[in-house]
Design a protein around this ligand. Structure first.
Ligand SMILES: Cc1cc2nc3c(=O)[nH]c(=O)nc-3n(C[C@H](O)[C@H](O)[C@H](O)COP(=O)(O)O)c2cc1C
Length: 183
């Protein structure tokens, strides 16, 4: 099997649905974001940004999701707990830049690449990560809660915390030959 530190890290990475209350500091995050930012980026437009949600900001996100879902009272309270599953959420934002050459779908691809790369380097740094979305990720209430510009869109949140002791099961291997064809 072809090997190298990046390939090994990618094979080893597993999403962590349950994490502990530890979280990387801003200082610890910055070099990881810088590394993730090195993904291919047509025109170097940097069409993305990251918003950190800690503490009660996570609950406000839960209430925004509840509002989008039309929930009230106890049901809204229950929804507001969901983002509390990790001490740090990083909202990944597609922040499109004006360009005649690079259409928006390409810019979304760059932001998505940053999110995947960031998951990988966070995992390598020892943090537990899972990328989560939901039906209301692009709802008005959630957009407003993040103070996004009108043309900005969310790709979801990386839920980050300490790696719990529980072992993740093995990922079903992908038969690469089923995904490769030639013309
Ligand atoms: C864009 C995107 C959105 C996702 N949204 C969710 C989600 O809302 N809830 C969830 O449990 N997993 C979600 N996932 C899947 C997990 O992040 C994860 O990839 C999956 O549980 C498989 O685990 P693995 O990464 O260890 O293979 C999402 C993945 C991506 C790329």
């Amino acid at each position: 099997m072809t090997s190298g530190p990046i390939a090994d890290g990618m094979r080893r990475r597993r999403s962590q649905p349950s994490v502990t209350g530890d979280a990387p500091t801003k200082r610890e995050l910055l070099p990881l974001i810088e590394a993730a930012a090195s993904v291919a980026d047509h025109g170097s437009l940097r069409p993305w940004r990251v918003i950190a949600l800690r503490g009660e900001a996570r609950k406000r996100l839960g209430f925004a999701i509840a509002e989008a879902a039309g929930l009230e009272g106890g049901a809204a309270e229950k929804m507001a707990q969901k983002p509390l599953r990790a001490p740090l959420l990083l909202a990944i934002v597609v922040s499109p830049k004006k360009s005649h050459k690079v259409p928006e779908w390409e810019q979304e691809s760059v932001a998505s690449g940053v999110a995947h790369a960031l998951s990988l380097v966070l995992d390598e740094a020892g943090w537990g990560v899972i990328w989560r979305t939901g039906l209301y990720t692009r709802s008005k209430a959630v957009h407003r809660m993040h103070k996004l510009e009108p043309d900005e869109k969310l790709l979801g949140w990386l839920y980050i915390g300490g790696k719990a002791k529980t072992k993740s099961g093995r990922r079903k291997p992908v038969k690469a030959k089923d995904f490769l064809s030639s013309l």
